[in-house]
Design a protein around this ligand. Sequence first.
Ligand SMILES: [Zn+2]
Length: 116
Amino acid sequence: MKWFKLQCPRCKTSVRRQSRGLALTALTKHLWKYHRAWMLSRMKSTDKDTLNNPHVLRLLQDLVTGDFIPGYRRYKRKHYEILKPVLDKLSPFMPIEIQLAWRGIDKLADMLYTKN
Ligand SMILES: [Zn+2]
């Protein structure tokens, strides 16, 4: 049986679960329980730095509603690249549907954006 292990970036506590999804959920719970102030400040600074760009906001909105794949031609690689580091950090704290959508897009990105 393969176990998935994730480590808390704050206190190095490890969580081990039977799937990556379960491990992410457990780590998210841990972070909110033990590092709530840090989580909040992290979300706030992310918000300030990047979410003022309307293209990035739109891209994020399409990601949440599931319209990203059909609408990806509206975006340039640079919009995706602004969002990528943010979503890589935040997606573990988002609902599982968004995590999955993001992982799918992330995998497709090189293919989607080579023509831009
Ligand atoms: Zn911790």
